[in-house]
Every structure is written in C-alpha cells, then in structure tokens.
Design a protein around this ligand. Structure first.
Ligand code: FES
Length: 113
C-alpha cells in the first residue's frame, strides 16, 4: 500500500492527529477533531499542537510552560498513554486527549492541583 502524501509537500507523509475537544464552560459536548499534518518523526507532540494552532485551528487550547519536565502542564494522553508533550515524539496516527477527563478546563487544558 502506498503511504498517503501531504498535499503541501509530496515528499512528506501525512500524520493523522485526532484531538479531543471540549469546552465545559459553555456546556458543549466533547468531540474529536481530526487534523492532517506532515509526518516528521523528529518533532514532538507539542510541536504538532503548535503547528496545528498556528496553521489550522487557533481555537485549539493546550498548555506548556517550562519545556524541561519541571511543571508538567504539557501533560496529555497520546493513544491512551500519559506523556509530556514537549518530549514525546509524534507518531503517524495520534489520538490526543486531556490528561484528566474530570478536570478539563478546555480541550487539552486541565485544572492543575
Ligand atoms: S511544559 Fe513543563 S513539563 Fe511540559
């Protein structure tokens, strides 16, 4: 099977990124939005979230601060595994969810204790 290529750069494969979205403050139901980005195994999940925010959807909410394992605010679940987004490499198919479903402020942002 021929891998799918990214329309903007035919040399790049496409990664499928599913992100759980939710805004409990406005009473909205949780949903999953799907984004297609160039697959680059050398970049992190945080890089992917920034890329989606800057090029496709500025309404996406996520957080990061120290980018050095100090604060933990970039924590998310990727394909069911709890990770720090700033140091986890992307994969070709990712489902990204908030770290704690019961503490969602918006999208991937959760209340910090
Ligand atoms: S931003 Fe501080 S650990 Fe991720």
């Amino acid at each position: 099977m021929t891998p799918t290529r990214f329309a903007g750069d035919p040399e790049k494969s496409v990664a499928v990124v599913e992100i759980q979205r939710c805004d409990p403050g406005s009473g909205g139901e949780s949903r999953v939005d799907t984004y297609h980005v160039p697959y680059d195994p050398g970049i992190t999940v945080l890089d992917v979230l920034k890329r989606i925010y800057l090029t496709q959807d500025a309404s996406l909410a996520f957080r990061h601060a120290c980018d050095c394992s100090y604060c933990g605010v970039c924590g998310v679940k990727v394909n069911g595994r709890s990770v720090l987004a700033y140091k986890t490499l992307m994969t070709q198919h990712m489902r990204i969810e908030p770290l704690h479903q019961d503490k969602v402020v918006r999208d991937l942002v959760v209340q910090q204790d």
